[in-house]
Design a protein around this ligand. Sequence first.
Ligand code: BGC
Length: 364
Amino acid sequence: MKKLLLASVLAASLCAAGLFANGGGEKLDIGLAMPETHVERWQKDGASLKADAEAKGYVAEVTYGDADQSKQNQQIEDFITKGAKLLIIGSVNEGVGSVVADAAKEDIEVIAYDRLITGSGDYDYYITFDNFKVGQFQGQGIVDALGLAKATDTKYITLFAGSPTDNNANFFFDGAMSVLTPFIEKGTLKVVGPYPKTSADKANFTKIATENWRADVAKARMENLLNNDAKDVVLDAVLAPNDTLARAIIEACSTDGKYDTTAKLPVVTGQDGEIASVKYIRDGKQAMTVFKDTRSLASAAIELADAILKGKEPSIKGARLDTSSYNTGKKVVKSYLLEPVMVTKDNYVEVFLASGYYKAEDLK
Ligand code: BGC
């Protein structure tokens, strides 16, 4: 009995020390908290991050928050309990701040992954793609596809943005508008429906934003536009912030007599290079996407994590250090930006197949 008691006291204290914390007896080094799975990329991010962390000898675990911040907070608290030394977080929204504060109290390093964690001063690092450039590519995709530089008549566009709780949505939109605004001012492009000039116009931005990047929300809004603001015009383009929403918008248009063949569809932008959208680009249904190679982001994030954990100065291959653009509202965080790639029908084969991101049979 005494022995048994001793053993359990010992086990309890080892647990408290985080040594047996991972259930299996292995300690956790890096917790990887991804926001959702309804947008395809995050499963790739999660899988690459875990594989890259393990290749460097770390014990890593990945979770998905189902676009539910309280669920993700619980997952992150579990990582902390399991003794994680570093957390890589692709957050749902800024409600993640409370667990980031908990991590800071335990001296656990946090890297904001892809999405800035706003409203928090409790972490130092952010790694992402150049989000403003993603938006510029979307704007450029529309300018090119509509031939706006030489257009003499008026083309009609309607605007969509990503989740109002995702800081990236502001950057994508502002990047796109930086390219489109001169044409709107010249009168060659006319906005149908709500028109925020930038994401700072919150009253109008909220009207075009898509809660939690949900396809059903974008589809319903597009249907509504087709029956109201866009009833009496033929839209030439729709600014869509990512592939999931682009396809929902295209689906809504396809059921309207004005756009019911591929040739009649408006020019629709996207982002992420989701396989279904790559097929749409090949078939002429979606005009473009922006490829952000999740494998590169994941390996850069693990390089950064490795440098931080080893107390070395990070020097991340293929990433540009930006120490001024990303302000959480509490501080400017050190940001590492990777380069996105613009993709249209002209280069999709080269970009997706040559890189090995997709195989030829994936596109069948
Ligand atoms: C990411 C995009 C993604 C979107 C929806 C953004 O934060 O940067 O790549 O499409 O979230 O998941």
